[in-house]
Design a protein. Structure first.
Lengths: 258, 254
């Protein structure tokens, strides 16, 4: 496993190039180019605030922001997993021709999406100020919340991408599961709306805790629940180790299976 | 076998098995339904290969189609893993299995040099030092700043070859790519390989042509149906191979 991490580090230039390829190729040939990275969340925010303050009025104060704060990290998770699921299979011709640590392919997808998320903060922070939501010192805990989120997304993307080599219909199954997962995570709604009899089940879902932490840091201006976050980080770290080991075991036959 | 720092590649008792599926199922649904009912045959692509490549030597792998040459090359470069046995490699490998693998069509030649060299495991600084050499060797002129999707197939492979031979690997693996481009470019490729030989690089290459073995290699290995038929000095192995092939064609078994 240390060997694996060292190998990825040794190939960091490739990782960097693939991330920048991912980011640039997405908008290559479009007039606005890289600016789309900012326009996407901005347009999203404008649409939500129009819809939810004029058409479908929701009692939650500043619902557009309530949603936006949670939707951005959720989109980071879902697009990483969905693009990452296909990353090994799509690059089959490369895998068959050249040796490189195969982890690079799914990881480059996660990092590209992470950068997209971080850039969307340039829209999020001014929007918070615009909607007069107080930014408190709690924002300092953002890096910790983000770290746990990134570790979780990396683990899931590694596992699903390697499993997809052996079970090709997985990427389609995953896209359906992610939609279901979205509605079972309090992104659109506050966890207070969940009937109390089933609420504890929702907290089995690690993303529930993370989304609540993001919301607490940005929207409520309160510190996240440290104990929960601590256990979660520990659990996610174990998951990350498991995913690295699993990936390493299964990747040996990848060039033959693709 | 005793490990020695004088050897770039040591292969001990290597076996490689492939499965040949008659109806390969790849989906979760099919795997559940056809659990343990898949028909597959075993196929040993390599049997009991023992090979030592000393540092700085050029070794040719020769053999007919399907003799396991490319499989062996892929195992050395860690694209495939051995079923049994060990392979130890000392030094950085650059592989020329297919030229321009990993090029992105929308990126310019220059951008693709960085991309391609980084896939081979090289840092930006190392690439920058060699950028001019790579560009001039590929003879692309002003095309270097055009997207590679506008390249002809010749330009594409020239750029791929140029990157692979300039990144300063310790070990270079070449799979039948010496027949690219026009004659002038082939000459240039051979000259480049001779330069690398003089720089004491280890080269392993696969070919059908005994002439190239005699021409370029110090040592040669003749593979036949996954087994080593002969190994030794390049001239001897090449002659054995030629007489074997002559025999075959005379008896019409080819």
């Amino acid at each position: 496993m240390w060997h694996q991490i060292r190998e990825v580090y040794f190939y960091r230039e490739m990782l960097k190039n693939l991330v920048s390829k991912e980011l640039r190729a997405r908008y290559k040939g479009s007039v606005l180019g890289f600016l789309w990275t900012f326009f996407n969340p901005l347009l999203m925010l404008i649409v939500y605030s129009v819809v939810f303050s004029f058409i479908m009025r929701i009692e939650t104060e500043n619902y557009a922001m309530f949603l936006f704060v949670a939707l951005l990290p959720w989109n980071f998770l879902s697009s990483s997993i969905m693009q990452g699921a296909a990353s090994l299979v799509q690059n089959g011709s490369l895998i068959k021709k050249i040796y490189f640590p195969r982890e690079i392919l799914p990881l480059s997808i996660v990092i590209a999406n992470l950068i997209n998320y971080l850039l969307s903060l340039f829209i999020l922070i001014p929007a918070l100020i615009f909607f007069k939501i107080k930014i408190t010192p709690a924002i300092l805990s953002f890096p910790i919340v983000l770290f746990t989120m990134v570790l979780l997304v990396m683990s899931l993307t590694l596992l699903i991408s390697i499993a997809n080599v052996y079970f090709r219909d997985l990427e389609h199954i995953v896209s359906i599961l992610i939609t279901a997962w979205f509605f079972l995570t309090p992104v659109l709604y506050s966890s207070e709306y969940i009937p109390e009899s089933v609420r504890s089940y929702f907290y089995i879902n690690p993303v529930t805790h993370l989304i609540e932490a993001f919301r607490s840091v940005f929207y409520e201006g309160a510190w996240p629940q440290w104990a929960t976050l601590g256990y979660l980080t520990l659990g996610v770290a174990v998951l990350f180790l498991i995913s690295l080991i699993t990936f390493n075991c299964l990747q040996k036959a990848v060039a033959e299976e693709i | 076998m005793k490990s020695s720092s004088k050897n770039a590649v040591e292969i001990t008792d290597l076996w490689k098995k492939f499965y040949i599926y008659h109806d390969k199922v790849n989906s979760l649904k099919d795997r559940v339904i056809f659990w343990h009912r898949q028909r597959r045959d075993e196929f040993w692509a390599l049997r009991n290969i023992n090979l030592v490549v000393p540092k700085g030597k050029t070794v040719g792998l020769i053999g007919r189609n399907g003799s396991g040459k490319s499989t062996l090359l892929k195992i050395i470069s860690r694209i495939l893993y051995p079923t049994k046995g060990t392979v130890s490699v000392k030094g950085r490998i650059s592989t020329l299995l297919e030229l321009g693998a990993g090029f992105h069509p929308d990126f310019t030649g220059r951008e693709n040099i960085y991309l391609n060299a980084s896939i081979l495991g090289f840092t930006r600084k190392e690439i920058q030092q060699r950028l001019e050499d790579i560009i001039s060797f590929a003879e692309l002129g002003s095309f270097i700043d055009n997207p590679v999707r506008n390249y002809s197939s010749g330009m594409y492979t020239r750029l791929g070859f140029s990157v692979a031979v300039h990144v300063d690997p310790d070990i270079l693996l070449i799979d039948e790519v010496l027949s690219i481009g026009d004659l002038a470019f082939q000459e240039k490729c051979l000259a480049r390989i001779r330069t690398l030989q003089k720089q004491n690089k280890t080269i392993i290459f696969v070919t059908h042509a005994p002439g190239q073995i005699e021409d370029l290699c110090d040592l040669a290995v003749w593979l036949d149906k996954g087994e080593m038929r002969a190994a030794g000095s390049a001239g001897e192995v090449a002659r054995e191979y030629i007489s074997f092939m002559d025999n075959l064609s005379r008896h019409g078994q080819c």
